[in-house]
Write a protein that binds this ligand. Structure first.
Ligand code: ASP
Length: 293
């Protein structure tokens, strides 16, 4: 079978923090355009790893989500960024946590994966690594970030927000996942959620690629993405495996959403929050974008 005969699949999310009654038309338009671009990359034979990295980098720089440019400041008044990426075939992974003032945390996370023997760098060490490898820096934080210091989630009536993620199956059969966030509103300085944690926030293996969004503390305590993958590997269907993890998040008092693609090209995008900004497309699924319903 040639590569071009094989399936590809892609799902994107812009966060499970969507609030009923708000207008997400601009976000949905952006997600639809990006999913279409990613589809053409996958159809051209680009690797799942490249596609999820590029997709998340675009989501980060758009300013439409609480990741990269759209991130909100922490309780100390500055932005700390978290991101992770994982390649299912090699099981290699990279992550950054509490990273300050780089344009694309997911690109730095991939740098950690490819240029160090480590999986995660945090804080000052992450900044020094990113600087030494010349990743693009935010030179004027006050001008770059969309949300000014002091803005809370309740003030955000006309600004879309949410962690971002991408999962993909490429035509060689490889899976990859990536997730990036500015974290939760009002978080303490140094707080790290599920997003940069390879396991809870992001996971990819030979069977499935998963990116989570929602209240990170609850996702971590519920096991998150890897716990879904392990259920799926043991023979539980993907919808049931995801539902069990989401039910556990709910039982613990949080809410969350998940995007997942399997090696067969199946896609799942369930959530138990009010809504989740999301898009998907595959060789057998037309491009779909939604926030609620
Ligand atoms: N999971 C992210 C965090 O806890 C937030 C989100 O997905 O909106 O940092």
């Amino acid at each position: 079978m040639s590569d071009s005969d094989r399936n590809y699949a892609l799902a994107l999310h812009g966060g499970a923090g969507a609030v009923a009654g708000r207008d997400y038309a601009a976000v949905e338009k952006h997600l639809a355009g990006l999913a279409g671009t990613c589809e053409s990359w996958l159809a051209d034979g680009r690797s799942a790893l490249d596609v999820v990295e590029r997709a998340v980098a675009e989501l980060e720089t758009s300013g439409l989500y609480v990741a990269g440019r759209g991130s909100a400041p922490n309780s100390a008044g500055y932005v700390e960024l978290d991101a992770s990426i994982m390649d299912g075939r090699s099981r290699k992974a990279g992550a950054v946590a509490a990273l300050r003032d780089f344009i694309s945390p997911v690109q730095v996370a991939r740098g950690v994966m490819e240029k160090t023997p480590h999986v995660m760098l945090a804080g000052k060490g992450a900044v020094e690594f990113a600087r030494s490898h010349q990743f693009a820096e935010v030179t004027s934080p006050n001008d770059y970030y969309v949300l000014p210091v002091g803005v809370t989630r309740d003030d955000l009536s006309d600004i879309a927000h949410g962690t971002v993620g991408a999962v993909a199956l490429d035509t060689s059969g490889a899976l990859a996942a990536a997730t990036s966030t500015g974290g939760t509103f009002g978080k303490l300085e140094g707080r790290i959620g599920d997003t940069p944690l390879v396991g809870p926030g992001t996971w990819a293996d030979d069977n499935v690629a998963i990116s989570c969004t929602g209240t990170g503390e609850h996702i971590i305590r519920a096991g998150g993405a890897a716990s879904i993958a392990f259920r799926f590997r043991s023979g539980i269907s993907l919808p049931d495996a995801i539902r069990e993890m989401l039910d556990e998040v709910k039982r613990l008092g949080g809410d969350a959403g998940v995007i997942a693609v399997t090696s067969s090209g199946d896609i799942a995008m369930p959530y138990n929050s009010e809504g989740m900004k999301r898009a998907c497309v595959s060789t057998s699924t037309p491009l779909t974008v939604a926030t609620f319903g």
